[in-house]
Design a protein around this ligand. Structure first.
Ligand SMILES: Nc1ncnc2c1ncn2[C@@H]1O[C@H](COP(=O)(O)OP(=O)(O)OP(=O)(O)O)[C@@H](O)[C@H]1O
Ligand SMILES: [Mg+2]
Length: 250
């Protein structure tokens, strides 16, 4: 499965990408997590320390991935994939290493070409932790044009839900077949508000991940959420995992 994790800034895309990647790995699947943030830190959430995260190689911009391109998928994984303590392979695709080096469109095109390839020989699931906003659905032919499914992450706020709504319109135009609405950082007294905002804006709300001090604390320390903590968060992440695996199983 090729999964794009998208949403407004700060809603929890990186957090959920890491938790989902770990949940899929625990089910015995080979998972590649691609960090497309120009200021990447997905590696930390998957158990790399700061030094190892800084040392992650960045996929070169404007290369075409595939047997007729610059690098095959296997070569790309071997050269730019890094195994993390969580068992997930992480890849940094859009890191900005130099000031004034120009825009990252070439990096987006590279990720697009990677998703356009058959990845089954190397990985079962590829998770793209997307940078904030919706530009990735328009630039370079749509970075996520070949995604199978989008995970629309939303905080309980109108702006986050509207971002999901706009994303759905663009995803539909791109021909992306499926999306799943995920509420995140939802405290008990905000559940009704989020459900109402989603219903009013025709955005699905399939899974709700609670607000959790333990998630926030792990993130502050730059370490993965321990699998023994925040049981309600893991229950929700497993529910998301089930949702994603459902179509593949039928
Ligand atoms: N379920 C949660 N409960 C509490 N805090 C959370 C939860 N999910 C994420 N957070 C916190 O929200 C903040 C933003 O999370 P994260 O970095 O994952 O968002 P993002 O969407 O990837 O942000 P960006 O748009 O900058 O890439 C972090 O401080 C994180 O710890
Ligand atoms: Mg992020």
């Amino acid at each position: 499965m090729k999964i794009g994790v998208v949403g407004k800034g700060g809603v929890g895309k990186t957090t959920i990408s890491a938790l989902l990647a770990r949940a899929l790995t625990e089910r015995g699947r080979r998972v590649l997590a691609v960090d497309t943030d120009s200021n990447p830190n997905l590696g930390l959430s998957l158990g790399l320390d700061y030094g190892a995260t800084e040392a992650l190689p960045t996929v070169p911009r404007s290369i075409v991935v595939g047997s007729r391109g610059d690098l095959t998928v296997a070569e790309l994984m071997a050269d730019y994939g890094t195994q993390t303590p969580s068992g997930v392979t992480v890849m940094s695709a859009l890191r900005v290493n130099e000031a004034a080096a120009g825009c990252t469109c070439g990096g987006h095109a590279t990720v697009r070409s990677l998703l356009g390839e058959a990845l089954e020989t190397e990985t079962d699931d590829t998770i793209i932790d997307m940078e904030a906003g919706i530009e990735h659905l328009s630039r370079s032919g749509g970075t996520l044009a070949h995604a199978d499914v989008l995970v629309l992450v939303m905080e309980p706020s109108l702006k986050a839900v509207i971002t999901a709504r706009r994303t759905i319109v663009l995803a539909d135009e791109l021909g992306i077949a499926a999306w799943i609405g995920v509420g995140n950082k939802v405290s008990e007294n905000q559940q009704d508000l989020l459900a109402r905002l989603c219903a009013q804006n025709d955005v699905p709300l399939d899974v709700v991940i609670p607000a959790s001090n333990e998630v926030a604390q792990a993130d502050r320390e730059g370490v993965p959420l321990p699998s023994t903590r925040a049981a309600s968060v893991w229950t929700a992440v497993n529910s998301l995992t089930n949702h994603l695996l459902q179509p593949a199983q039928t």
